[in-house]
Design a protein around this ligand. Structure first.
Ligand SMILES: O=c1ccn([C@@H]2O[C@H](COP(=O)(O)O)[C@@H](O)[C@H]2O)c(=O)[nH]1
Length: 284
């Protein structure tokens, strides 16, 4: 199961999930000056980053919004990036946050678990209930795919809805119970389910509690670096269970900024990923 592969990658390499939220403004001059279209430049940058980090990170999360914003050219760069990550033997997470009625959900599943945009794991929004999630189940069983369902998001306004009490329980805990139930049929050898959840590092106490409440749940954790999360926030959680991969996007893929515009940019990004790995693992 994909979750066992991700668990093994996180243990063997590091819990670092490198986020390819690639904005054109992040490209070093040695790439932006090339006489090619933007899709080719972005793909070149992403490819170089993968080549320089695949031995030290557990997975790559590609934020589709950055590619959609560039239209057809951007989507070509997205497709090539997803393909290259998987071709390199690494795990790809398509951060697409989809979720809709079942008929539409089936199309999302087809669009992102096979074909041009194929990912190993995608992020989904379960706040429409199980029929927004069940169209993905056949791909989990038959193609070994995985899901990370939004649980406790990293943004400030997460509390507006997720902290509301309903029936004596916060909404996000209802969601946690649902994700646990949806994931019961997909538990792998690692003890974790291929239906995991997204929990922000910006709420470390809630994250700790969730990791204790749901011992079979694996977590995708955004919020490290640019959003303020640190390795110290993760210490007690990861010490007790290797239950998460931790994403950093801007904090890693802009590490070369103000240092170099030359072809050594990917080495700066690698160094930043190594520093993140060190910051997380020194507490374990
Ligand atoms: O709760 C959430 C869910 C998803 N994200 C995504 O993670 C990255 C974070 O990027 P940074 O540059 O490291 O802040 C981005 O793709 C978000 O869309 C999140 O931040 N919080």
């Amino acid at each position: 199961m994909i979750i066992d592969n991700l668990y093994n990658e996180a243990k063997g390499k590091s819990p670092v999930c490198l986020g390819l939220d690639t904005d054109e403004s992040y490209l070093p001059k040695c790439i932006s000056d090339l006489g090619e279209g933007v899709a080719d430049k972005i793909f070149k940058f992403n490819k170089d980053i993968v080549d320089h980090t695949k031995d030290i990170v557990s997975c790559y999360k590609v934020q589709i919004a950055y590619y959609e914003a560039l239209g057809l050219e951007g989507m070509k760069a997205y497709a090539k990036t997803m393909d290259y990550i998987r071709e390199s033997g690494s795990i790809s997470i398509g951060d697409i946050k989809r979720g809709d009625i079942a008929a539409t959900g089936e199309k999302y599943a087809t669009g992102h678990f096979q074909g041009d945009f194929e990912a190993d794991i995608i992020t989904v929004n379960g706040y429409m209930g199980e029929d927004a999630i069940s169209p993905f189940y056949p791909y989990l069983k038959e193609k070994g795919k995985g899901l990370f369902v939004l649980l406790r998001t990293s943004n400030k306004s997460a509390v507006d809805l997720q902290d509301v009490e309903a029936g004596g329980q916060k909404v996000y805990l209802h969601m946690g119970d649902l994700i646990k139930k949806w994931g019961e049929g997909f538990i792998g050898e690692s003890g974790f389910s291929s239906i995991g959840s997204v929990v922000g590092l910006t709420y470390p106490d809630e994250f700790y509690m969730l990791s204790k409440t749901y011992p079979n749940m694996f977590f995708l954790v955004p919020g490290y670096g640019a959003q303020g999360g640190t390795g110290k926030d993760l210490a007690r959680i990861l010490k007790e269970s290797a239950c998460a991969v931790v994403n950093s996007s801007r904090g890693l893929i802009t590490a070369h900024k103000n240092k170099t515009e030359d072809t050594d940019y990917a080495q700066h990004i690698r160094n930043a990923a190594l520093a993140m790995k060190g910051d997380i693992t020194r507490w374990l």
